[in-house]
Design a protein around this ligand. Structure first.
Ligand code: FAD
Ligand code: SIN
Length: 532
């Protein structure tokens, strides 16, 4: 593993679709994919609703999908990126179908679903298991390429740059360059290096920074934190998307189970615990308004009434059709004693998606040379201040493809760096009590959930920053003196994510999209992230 042409960190939709394309274009190159968990344990696997793409041009159009994405993004999308993703999207989905992914059909046509913020039915889906199906198809396809090696249980710790060769690097250094990554083989606990000509970060989201999240436990923001430590550019970290309808389960689960927005697209209605419809008070699109609006409305109703949840009413929906569209959701509800066709489903908002992240251009190039990024860990300009439902899988496919296009031509100019030192483990001693790590992780989630949630204000953000500072110092002390473990790396990365979300939120003196603060209800033109 020590040397490779291309190192891909992450095996979800972004990493795998890139690797397939690259392997096809350049069979002469060695591509190494690493994933820190078991293969297939990704945010991608959990996706329910589907992939948004303009499919039926008789009723839908690129212009409508572009307008819906811009509207959800609340003024912060990059219009050229939105146009590019929406227009290239259908080709990437067709490609995915050729690679073996199945989507539901009715009468020989794709059965297009609807979700919040979409003006047309344009969501291709496979029951309520779309992500599982995509992950399956991509893993099967990638295994056909002899020049791709896929390793599981390999944890990327840090990107290698000039800093590791003894040069000082700051956020304004113009030519920061990536030479690969230090990694830990979780089965051996050894820290090694992988030197690569180029590196792709496709590490997914960071939902685990909150107490309630739909994201699996791998979602610890590692890629974003690594790029931040390497002094790369990030943006829009304050825009954390809360999904309005995670299943309320008194026996707390991690992750929280999602009740897809497609259920509302299918006709389900949000109600307060007394059975009253309430969304009409907040938006004319009611239960199908964009997510930021629905999540805030639910949060408000719960606060006004002192309730722990609101209800999702599916009782009027046709039984057979519901079960055939949403078998997983139906069975999950039954497993906790709720028959969704007889009783309303208790739901709460939960952290779901990180709209900001590693700043990349239209070819997935980060601000660090030879370092690319794709998928949820990035900020491409597609989502702006709030992601439109089902645009994320699409973004991963489009950017995976675009990075492969760019590297197919340009990688020949890049060479492996020599003289990269081994990881320096001097001064560390045996692991301290594990409870120090788990306790700090709990504290971190509490801080973020209490002070940096759906509704924010200056006092809460200030309090969060001072608590985070303490946690940061304690964790750094542990990091300098302890034999390192993935749990400690993840805690350290999550503290970085928490800082970035909170600091960006504090810097944004306005309410926009997913960032809602009671101190500033107006909108301002521009925010400069270089001081983060
Ligand atoms: P992921 O799929 O999360 O993959 C990340 C990979 O990086 C994993 O292989 C992981 O092991 C690896 N990794 C992370 N850190 C390290 C490290 N330090 N070292 C090595 N490997 C590492 N989006 C839609 O468009 N439509 C939907 O219907 C939809 N539904 C969703 C439902 C749920 C419950 C969730 C949680 C998300 C949903 N999303 C949906 C969002 C979407 O699934 C994700 O944004 C997208 O799949 C992210 O893909 P990715 O390739 O960027 O990352
Ligand atoms: C859902 O199915 O509600 C999730 C869709 C998404 O996050 O894009």
């Amino acid at each position: 593993m020590e040397e490779t042409d291309i190192l891909v960190i992450g095996a979800g939709v972004a990493g795998l679709s890139f690797a397939i394309k690259m392997a096809e274009n350049r069979p002469d190159l060695k591509i190494t994919i690493i994933t820190k968990s078991r293969l297939g344990e990704t945010n991608t696997k959990y996706a329910q609703g589907g992939v948004a793409a303009v499919w039926n041009l008789e009723v839908d159009s690129y212009e409508k999908h572009i307008a819906d994405t811009l509207d959800a993004g609340d003024g912060l999308c990059d219009k050229s990126i939105v146009e590019l993703v929406v227009r290239e999207g259908p080709q990437r989905v067709e490609e995915l179908i050729r690679w073996g992914a199945k989507f539901d059909q009715q009468n020989g046509m794709y059965d297009l679903g609807r979700e919040g913020g979409h003006s047309e039915n344009r969501i291709l889906h496979y029951k309520d298991l779309t992500g599982w199906e995509i992950q399956r198809a991509l893993l099967e396809k990638v295994s056909q390429y002899k020049n791709v090696q896929l390793f599981e249980q390999i944890y990327a710790i840090d990107l290698i740059s000039q800093h590791h060769l003894g040069y000082s690097v700051s956020r304004v250094t113009p030519d920061i360059t990536c030479y690969g990554a230090y990694i830990q083989d979780k089965t051996k606990n050894e820290i090694e290096k992988i030197i690569s000509r180029v590196t792709i970060v496709a590490t997914g989201g960071a939902g685990q920074v909150y107490r309630n999240t739909t994201n699996p436990t791998i979602a610890t923001g590692d890629g974003i934190a690594m790029v931040y430590r390497a002094k790369g550019r990030l943006e829009n970290m304050e825009f954390v998307q809360f999904h309005p309808t995670a299943l309320y389960n008194p026996a707390h689960e991690n992750p929280d189970f999602l009740v897809s927005e497609a259920v509302r697209g299918f006709g389900a209605i949000l109600r307060t615990t007394d059975g009253a419809d309430f969304m009409y008070k907040y938006d004319e699109r009611k239960s199908l308004a964009p997510r930021d609006i629905v999540a805030r409305a639910i949060d408000n109703e719960m606060k006004i009434r002192g309730d722990d949840y609101v209800l999702l009413d599916c009782t009027h929906l046709e039984k057979e059709a519901f079960i055939s569209h949403f078998p997983t959701i139906y069975n999950k509800c039954l497993s906790i004693g709720i028959d969704p066709l007889q009783q309303m489903i208790p739901v709460v908002p939960a952290c779901h998606y990180m709209c900001g992240g590693i700043k990349v251009d239209e070819y997935g190039r980060s601000s660090i040379r030879h370092l690319y990024a794709a998928g949820e860990c990035t900020s491409t300009g597609l989502h702006g201040a709030n992601r439109l439902a089902s645009n994320s899988l699409l973004e991963g496919l489009v950017f995976g493809h675009r990075i492969a296009e760019e590297l197919t031509i340009n990688i020949d100019q890049v060479h492996l760096k020599e003289g990269i030192p081994d990881w320096d483990a001097q001064g560390t001693t045996k692991p301290k009590e594990m409870v120090l790590i788990t306790q700090s992780w709990k504290e971190l989630k509490e801080i973020m959930s209490s002070y940096v949630g759906i509704v924010r204000n200056n006092v809460r953000l200030k309090r969060a920053l001072s608590r985070l500072h303490l946690l940061y110092q304690e964790t750094e002390d542990l990091y300098q003196s302890t034999i390192l473990s993935p749990q400690l790396f993840e805690l350290r990365n999550l503290i970085t994510i928490a800082y970035l979300v909170t600091k960006s939120a504090e810097m944004r003196k306005e309410s926009r999209g997913l960032h809602f603060t009671t101190d500033y209800l107006e909108q301002l033109p521009f925010l400069d992230y270089t001081t983060l």
